[in-house]
Design a binder for this molecule. Structure first.
Ligand SMILES: [Mn+2]
Length: 154
């Protein structure tokens, strides 16, 4: 449960309909194997899109102020946020006022991905969703520790 401490600390599960962490699968996600991904459109104080990859037993998560890149060559800022539990994959609903991330969340896209490369600060994957299709690179870049870029390169 250690990986989800940040997630749990920010939330009050008696008020928020968001899932309380149950499952944490141990072990790394083997390259070549397929995992799930989801993009949630989050109408919080500022509209953004949350991109989440099933990885290492949790959902690795980034907030994208302008959404994910749609065309080859496009790059978008992706701010790394706390790991989310696997159950969050299916979350849609309204987080009540006064709670962390208050606002409506809807699933914007979901599907499978194949991991091509993974090392610290760099993830390459092919996404096969309803909307997102192709090869994407996530790369840590920027002055802030949690700043990444998401680039569609194929
Ligand atoms: Mn969010």
């Amino acid at each position: 449960m250690g990986k989800l401490k940040g997630y749990t600390k920010k939330r009050n599960f008696s008020q928020s309909p968001e899932p309380k962490p149950k499952t944490v699968r141990s072990g790394d996600f083997p390259p070549g194997e397929q995992g799930r991904f989801v993009v949630q459109e989050h109408h919080a104080r500022r509209l953004h899109w949350d991109f989440r990859l099933e990885m290492d037993g949790v959902l690795k998560s980034w907030a994208l102020p302008k959404g994910p890149p749609r065309e080859k060559g496009e790059r978008r800022l992706a701010v790394e946020v706390e790991d989310h539990p696997l159950e969050y994959m299916n979350f849609q609903g309204v987080i009540p006022e006064g709670n962390y991330g208050a606002g409506k969340g809807i699933i914007w896209d979901r599907g499978l991905y194949a991991l091509l490369e993974k090392k610290p600060g760099k993830i390459k994957a092919v996404l096969r969703g309803e909307r997102l299709q192709g090869a994407f690179l996530l790369v840590k870049r920027g002055k802030e520790e949690n700043q990444w870029l998401m680039i569609k390169y194929q």
